[in-house]
Design a protein around this ligand. Structure first.
Ligand code: MLT
Length: 239
């Protein structure tokens, strides 16, 4: 039976290296990087190049890509786009090639490159990710982006939600997977309420970004599976 494992933050990834090279990695940054990426692909963006630093993002902007940069949930001055999914529901972005750097999500993606495949997951494309994984013969590692090296609740809940969709086909390899699934079972009927006191929800509330919170917690809005091809994310053509 295939295994599913959960890495609660990229800072623990070194403890999972052996399984990483034989696994498909699903990166989750629910608030808001991966929710934003999934929304962008669902609205026709052609590619997203995730980079870990602002300097790399500026270099790609200077080469002609649209560039999105966020730090501490705020847009970085001098760039074209922020990190709200609502900014990507714009038909002018159809076919766009975007460079993106965020506080945690793009860093997590760049740390996953030795995996068999790197997918971008969110609640918005949860079923599409689950359906694709079931069609593959690889173990799965859910990499939670967390916050600056610390675990967070929303990404762990996503991991639990994916496990909930896969539990008949995958074995929970480690306690982190069991923890994530049990958290999701506890909170799934009211995720906004379950997350009300979490650190990033409070951070987003302080910045007046409430609407992104409710949006990012919706399930199965989009049938898209973003996958890393080299250093760039594209939308996988799945049956
Ligand atoms: C992150 O990278 O942690 C998020 O994208 C931050 C945010 O958008 O609020």
């Amino acid at each position: 039976m295939k295994n599913i494992d959960v890495c609660l933050t990229p800072d623990l990834l070194h403890l999972h290296t052996a399984s990483l090279e034989n696994s498909i990695v699903v990166v989750a940054d629910v608030f808001r990087a991966t929710s934003c990426m999934v929304t962008a692909f669902a609205h026709g963006v052609d590619s997203i190049t995730p980079v870990a630093t602002i300097e790399e993002c500026k270099d790609l902007q200077n080469r002609g890509l649209l560039a999105a940069a966020e730090r501490n949930a705020r847009m970085v001055d001098g760039f074209d786009l922020d990190n709200s999914p609502f900014s990507y529901m714009d038909e002018r972005l159809m076919g766009a090639r975007i460079a993106m750097t965020t506080t945690n999500g793009t860093y997590a993606i760049t740390k996953s490159r030795q995996a068999v495949k790197v997918l971008v997951g969110s609640f918005l494309n949860l079923e599409a990710i689950a359906r694709y994984l079931k069609s593959q013969q690889y173990d799965v590692m859910v990499l939670c982006a967390g916050w600056k090296g610390r675990p967070n609740l929303e990404d762990t809940l996503f991991a639990g939600g994916l496990i909930d969709r896969l539990k008949d086909d995958y074995m929970m390899a480690e306690d982190s997977a069991i923890m994530a699934w049990r958290l999701y079972c506890q909170g799934k009927d009211d995720l906004p309420g379950y997350l009300a006191n979490s650190s990033h929800v409070r951070r987003l509330h302080r910045l007046g970004i409430q609407k992104d919170i409710v949006y990012c917690l919706q399930h199965d809005l989009f049938d898209v599976v973003p996958v890393l091809r080299g250093n760039t994310l594209v939308c996988m053509e799945v049956q």
